[in-house]
Design a protein around this ligand. Structure first.
Ligand SMILES: *Cc1c(COP(=O)(O)O)cnc(C)c1O
Length: 379
């Protein structure tokens, strides 16, 4: 829409008109059409991790949707799948790893961490040593793309180590799911969570957990919360196809359209390729203006890019932000603890025109601020 800004953020994101239009009707929660819509979404989600027909019986996966933002389903996954006498090891290199530690604390579950700096990926060798020396760890949790920095973590290498030690892997793939591949055929895991409003380009209000049926079957009675009990949610939906509590009907309708749109774009490969192209345009354009990325290109996920704050004292972030907003582009503040920074996203219904448009706006605003070079303070 004409007066609507483009959201170059980690989400909620710019959605297509096709997705917005899907919300222009009301759905009864017990209506056959809505039950079919839910079934289609669950089927499509399971297929995205190759978790359906490649596996049989209890080795197969089920997709369990849940009301709320992404954190609700992260909390539901940890609460439902880590047993009361279990012990969780979280691989931490940013705010979303820290959040999982905090959740386990609220649940009163035993929790340990293996940390690396915000600009350093999780360390599979250190994990190997840790699991070798601590048999009490039952579950390992990883953040696929740590949105704090935009770093991509080595999920395949970590999964291999966890499987070799016969522990269970839980994945927060919130900001990567649908754009970076994650196949249960290559990468052994018990569960992965993501939400409607990131790389699948729906509207916010729903998250989902794609979980191995055998792991969920063992989890009856684990959850410390009624509304966040994925075992119960799955059982109810598997029974009459209905949600236990008022479903976010319009969010689900938009999400089904978003999943069809994702397929039309070529699925994970197609979506990932567009985001990678967006990311390349952004990084090259910003470097040409003197800006420095936090991460080297090989660690950068094509999701969101962290730039170091320029050293020029005429650069004032609030002014930069407001003037870009005035030109129709919303960027995002930094969340790093190591260095002052800001972030620009490359996900959502954004294409080459929006990325080059954002760069042109950035160039203009720098000119107005008399900043000739985005070069950062020495790290
Ligand atoms: C967005 C995100 C979440 C969930 O955040 P909400 O604000 O609750 O939607 C969790 N983990 C990661 C890695 C994310 O990027």
């Amino acid at each position: 829409m004409a007066d609507e800004p483009f959201l170059l953020t980690p989400g909620p994101l710019t959605t297509s008109m096709r997705v917005k239009r899907a919300m222009l009707r009301d759905w009864g929660s017990r209506d056959g059409d809505f039950i079919a819509l839910n079934a289609e979404i669950r089927e499509r989600l399971t297929a995205l991790v190759d978790g359906g027909h490649a596996f049989t019986g209890d080795d197969a996966f089920t997709a369990v949707p849940l009301q709320g933002s992404g954190t609700f389903v992260v909390e539901a996954m940890l609460g439902t799948l880590v047993p009361r006498d279990g012990r969780l090891l979280v691989l931490v290199n940013g705010a979303y790893g820290e959040r999982m530690v905090k959740i386990a604390g609220y649940h009163g579950r035993a929790v340990d961490t293996l940390k690396t700096a915000e600009d350093v990926p999780n360390d599979p060798a250190a994990l190997d040593a840790k699991l070798g020396s601590d048999p009490s760890i039952t579950h390992v949790a990883i953040v696929h793309c740590e949105t704090t920095s935009g770093i991509v973590n080595p999920v395949a290498a970590v999964a291999e180590v966890v499987a070799r030690h016969k522990r269970r892997l839980l994945i927060d793939s919130m900001s990567a799911f649908g754009a970076l591949p994650l196949s249960a055929r290559d990468i052994p895991f018990d569960a992965v969570v993501a939400s409607s409003n990131k790389c699948l380009q729906g509207v916010p209000g729903m998250g989902f957990c794609i979980v191995r049926k055998s792991a969920l079957a063992e989890a009856a009675g684990n959850a410390p919360s009624l509304v966040l009990d994925l075992f119960d949610q799955d059982r109810a939906m598997g029974g009459n196809g209905q949600w236990r509590f008022t479903p976010p009907t319009h969010v689900m309708a938009a999400f089904r359209e978003a999943m069809r749109e994702h397929e039309d774009e070529g699925g994970v490969a197609g979506r990932g390729a567009r985001y990678a192209a967006n990311c390349r345009i952004l990084v090259e354009g910003m470097r040409a203006l003197g800006f420095e990325t936090l991460l080297p290109d090989e660690l950068q996920a094509p999701i969101i890019v962290t730039f170091r704050m320029p050293a020029d004292e005429r650069f004032h972030f609030e002014t930069f932000y407001d003037r870009l907003r005035g030109r129709g582009y919303v960027i995002y503040p930094g969340k790093l603890t190591v260095a002052p920074s800001f972030r620009i996203g490359c996900i959502g219904d954004l294409h080459e025109a929006e990325m080059t448009g954002a760069l042109a706006a950035i160039r203009e605003v720098l000119g107005e601020m008399n900043v000739s070079d985005g070069k950062a303070v020495a790290a």
